[in-house]
Write a protein that binds this ligand. Structure first.
Ligand SMILES: [Zn+2]
Length: 346
């Protein structure tokens, strides 16, 4: 039940129960995710019924949902700490759980973990509320208002309940599809909202948006910084990027300079399992023509050998719709850009 903070986007913030900034030996005890587009549809109905403002209605409904999430997580926490130490004896006996005091039971360790309040579908939510997403100024401002609320409430919960509530930008590998399937059954296909098979991940810009790596970092770094329980920011590059290490270094520096907690660069890597040729090719190997291909992709946090068998239809479609942000920089003098960027960072 405890997810250790090793490689996924899960992240431990400041521990209110005495361990401060310590990361090791703590984990995400339980996550819960708010499907924001559904709340936005409820806000729309309310606003139409009462003649009120849809955004204000949404903020109210969201606030209630954050509280519901908190209560649900508290219930789960209480259930988890009621388990005997034997439920994970190896972890406790071998010092893997920071703060564990045998006489006090497993709560002595688990109280240092995170209770994650997650979210999905910011982009679609903004479309329902104002017809724009976070890549436009007005959408970005509303996005900030939404995540400031998440952040503020988690801080308050942490103080009041002495548990590490945190804002979590949920991976939602399965939920992206299951939530959308249910949404469509109820509300049908709405342009810019439910035309696809998936909801957009957390705060991420819609994957098909033709924006540069820098624009994506600018938007998602700011929104991601309201999270204190987990976040990832990735940019998609074409396979030629491996021949331009200066550009890759620039993206990394830009992301680090923008305070990105977890930055990932996705470069498609296809390997022909017959002749060993690597590159980016979809149907067959351009050298020997074999269709025996391994397509290595970073779909969420982890590298996945074959996303077509590892993920549901929603996530597969999302991967296929991803725009390669490096394409936006084609035709501009990247070396000039890189040297200017180096000067700026010096
Ligand atoms: Zn081949």
């Amino acid at each position: 039940m405890v997810t250790y903070d090793i490689t996924c986007r899960t992240y431990n913030g400041y521990d209110i129960n005495g361990l401060g900034q310590l990361k090791d030996g703590r984990g995400n005890i339980a996550p819960s995710t708010i499907i924001m587009p559904t709340l936005a549809m409820e806000a729309k109905e309310e606003a139409e019924l009462k003649g009120t403002d849809i955004v204000e209605e949404f903020m109210k409904i969201l606030d209630e949902a954050i509280e519901d999430c908190r209560e649900g997580l508290e219930d789960r926490y209480k259930y988890i700490i009621s388990q005997p130490v034997e439920s994970a004896l190896f972890s406790y006996e071998n010092g893997l759980m920071a703060g564990y005091i045998p006489e006090e039971g497993i709560e002595s360790a688990l109280k240092h973990g995170t209770l994650a309040i997650g979210n999905i579908g910011l982009a679609e939510t903004l479309q329902i509320l104002i017809g724009k997403d976070q890549t436009e100024k007005e959408g970005f401002e509303l996005a900030e208002r939404i995540y400031k609320l998440f952040n503020k409430r988690c801080k308050e919960f942490k103080e009041k309940y002495k548990l590490n509530y945190g804002v979590y930008n949920t991976p939602a590998e399965n939920l992206c599809y299951t939530a959308m399937t249910k949404f469509k059954a109820k509300y049908g296909e709405i342009p810019n909202v439910s035309e696809n098979l998936y909801f957009t991940n957390s705060i991420h810009c819609p994957v098909w948006k033709e924006i540069s790596p820098f624009e994506k970092i600018d938007i998602e770094a700011k929104l991601g910084n309201y999270s204190n329980a987990g976040d990832i920011l990735y940019i998609e590059l074409d396979s030629d990027a491996i021949h331009n290490l200066d550009a890759i270094e620039t993206y990394i520096n830009y992301a680090m300079d923008s305070d990105v907690p977890y930055f990932a660069i996705n470069i498609p890597n296809d390997t022909c399992l017959e002749c060993g040729y690597t590159g980016e090719f979809n149907e067959s190997c351009p050298v020997c023509g074999s269709t025996n291909i391994q397509q290595l992709r970073r779909v969420t946090g982890y590298l996945t050998g074959n996303y077509k068998t590892a993920f549901n239809k929603g996530k597969q479609q999302e991967v296929e719709m991803r725009y390669q942000h490096s394409k936006k920089l084609r035709g501009i003098d990247i070396s000039k850009f890189v040297s200017e960027e180096k000067e700026r960072l010096a």
